[in-house]
Design a protein around this ligand. Sequence first.
Ligand code: NAP
Length: 244
Amino acid sequence: MSSSPADTTAERSVLITGGNRGIGRCIAEEFLRRGDKVAVTSRSGSGGPEGALTVAADVTDAASLDQAIATAQEAHGPIEVLVANAGITDDQLLLRMNDASFESVIDTNLTGAFRTVSRVIRSMMRAKRGRIVLISSVVGQYGSPGQVNYAASKAGLVGMARSITRELGSRGITANVVAPGYIDTDMTASLSDDLKAKYRDAIPAGRFADPAEVAKVVAFLASEDAAYISGAVIPVDGGLGMGH
Ligand SMILES: NC(=O)c1ccc[n+]([C@@H]2O[C@H](COP(=O)([O-])OP(=O)(O)OC[C@H]3O[C@@H](n4cnc5c(N)ncnc54)[C@H](OP(=O)(O)O)[C@@H]3O)[C@@H](O)[C@H]2O)c1
């Protein structure tokens, strides 16, 4: 099977950080369904979906990422599609948020994405093709009380994708941001029922989303059909963030 840039059927080497649960796992399942070779990271080194290669990596630990990417590339070839999905929250009102909380959320969500992108970009440039999708959040542009650290990290991903686009847009590489709203995963499971009801009332769609609804958008942005979309922020938020 040829792997020319115009070939939409060739299976690609896909890497998803945080692919053992939640949105990342669903994204991995979507790429597997489309016939790609999928590697996922998890901190434990297990837990990815059947059919994916699960490798251990903590995105705050450069050496573990080096090892994970080397293992994925040995198995599947140079990474052609990267989904930087690993992320955490550590919510506190600003008055109570300390430096450690701010720094750890930035280190995982923003610097972690940089560490991953910077380790796969060279081979994408060599191949003159690549798809980078950064998983941000509606909160990155909308803002959210108690999430100064998280919102700053997710807003930073927009600048990252747009700078990558300006640097490498002429090399067959796209970099886009997906900004989910409230998605049913472990991350939102701990919210109180009262808070969930308040959020639901604010969402024009009147419901939370299933992670599969995010996964399909990510897969589209990674497809040949999306070759001319780069530096975009695609909301998957039921209308919550409109205009932001
Ligand atoms: N759920 C939502 O409503 C929502 C909304 C907007 C944006 N998002 C974003 O979507 C992404 C996935 O969220 P989710 O809801 O699926 O969260 P989740 O269920 O809590 O899963 C988080 C994933 O990130 C991984 N991760 C966390 N810290 C890591 C680290 N230091 N190194 C490597 N992996 C790490 C976790 O791996 P382990 O299992 O090893 O901990 C896990 O796979 C995040 O970036 C999140 O900010 C979520």
